[in-house]
Write a protein that binds this ligand. Sequence first.
Ligand code: IDP
Ligand code: MG
Length: 140
Amino acid sequence: MPVQRTLSIIKPDAVAKNVIGDIIRRFEENGLSVAAMRMTLLTPAEAGRFYAVHAERPFYGDLCSFMSSGPVLAMVLEGKNAVKLNRELMGATNPKEAEAGTIRADHADSIDANAVHGSDSAENAATEISFFFAGLDIQS
Ligand code: IDP
Ligand code: MG
């Protein structure tokens, strides 16, 4: 499996809980490295553009409000099989279904406030990374 990049976002709930360090530790201890990092407060419109794929879903409005309710930490993670590995470390979307020991099992309160985002394919990772980062700001 080649070295890949994926986009991770520590969502407003996890930033507010002060667990940024714990989440990054899990990435680093499992073979992922931080290649870029940016803390930002998204506007509802920016959150809407990032999650445009979900525009028709009933939860879209709540999702955009939540993602713009406080600062987020966007990161590029790099490593072997990074897309899938990050998804495994995150756990299922609904924390009630997330495997024990995953980030969402340990830090998410609900399917809305679920601590982290992670790209779901290498193709989407490239699009999502370019939403937050210019190429010059990503280190290998
Ligand atoms: P993912 O974050 O695990 O990839 P997606 O299906 O891509 O999950 O959904 C994006 C985000 O939208 C989720 O992380 C969650 O915050 C929110 N979401 C997904 N499904 C629901 C739902 O049924 N109710 C409320 N929010 C949802
Ligand atoms: Mg998704």
